[in-house]
Design a protein around this ligand. Sequence first.
Ligand SMILES: C[S@@+](CC[C@H](N)C(=O)[O-])C[C@H]1O[C@@H](n2cnc3c(N)ncnc32)[C@H](O)[C@@H]1O
Length: 381
Amino acid sequence: MQFLATAAFGLEGLAAGELKRMGISATAVNGGAMFEGTFEDAMRANLYLRTADRVLLVVGSFEARTFEELFEGVTALPWEQYLTKDCRFPVSGNCARSQLMSVSDCQSITKKAIVRRLQEKYHITWFEESGATIPISVTLHANQARLTIDTSGQALNRRGYRTWNGEAPLRETLASALVDLSPWRGNTPLVDPFCGTGTLLIEAAFKMSHRAPGLTRSFALEQFPYLAPGFPAIREAAKAEFNPDLIEGIRGSDIDPEAITLAKRHIVQAGLGGRIEVRVSDMRECHPREEYGVFLCNPPYGERISDRKACESLYRDLGHLLATCPGWSLSAISSHPQFERCLGRRADKKRRFYNGRLECEFMTFFSKQRPPRQSASVKEP
Ligand SMILES: C[S@@+](CC[C@H](N)C(=O)[O-])C[C@H]1O[C@@H](n2cnc3c(N)ncnc32)[C@H](O)[C@@H]1O
């Protein structure tokens, strides 16, 4: 079967890399990473992928410029391989740059076409839809229709630990990508001096402790009637791999006591109680005791004009902190165009991402003084 692990702009290559490290050959495409595999592979992808949003089973794709073409194309697909007589199959939709732009019409035509196909195959006229839910999606992009089954259910960034959002939290998938792209390899401390609700710290700790991000949540495919017998064993193996004792040197601070209260709750909910140190503190009070380390942060961006100046002064102070810690590198994401100027240094590496709707740069400033070579405890992305 063919699957698409959907990923946000800029994260497609990382999602493909994660799949390859899982032993699944994958190709980065617009909107995600394509791979071929079994339902067990899809289960592993759902459990372990850190940077992807969903894992979709691609039932088929074809050109559709008219409703007739859409109906015929959907009817021709082998729905009986995936849908049982009693299952519920809600259809969601999305249209962009196509002749067919009415999402609701595309959804209802898709539903009718699937019913037509199943009526012919199962020789029944009425579908109770009382069984398991199998979510279907029809996407039209540049007149290409793609029909998929969502194997994830809730988006994969919903790891289950974040139940309260603070001010501008980072999406878990992006946070995990930033951990991967930072110079941190687990053999030096990782400090987030603007940790907010703790997303970067938690994602780093997951990585360090080999904790599958989806370990404590369920996925839509586990409810499918043709459930592959291997799913429970895959979960058990993931549970056995998680070793919180491997977590060391991950800590954060924030000036806002409410954010720290939330961070503490999230850390406990992530099963990492006592493993990550967080405290209320102004970034300007940050004086790391270790000679070497990595600052990884998502500071305020000053999107409102009134906040812009305050942010610029904060970035200048971050520059001072970096200058006084020659053994420390800094990786930061910001949409502020003057970040480097305020910090007083040009970034050694840059990458563009969207944080929600905001176009941002993820910048890395390498330490002036390199730590002695030690074996890394987290792998290169
Ligand atoms: C964009 S948010 C970080 C969100 C975080 N990554 C998360 O996932 O929740 C920026 C954070 O910087 C904090 N902050 C602002 N000024 C600060 C300062 N001077 N020192 C420390 N933290 C500060 C804010 O309280 C806010 O939580």
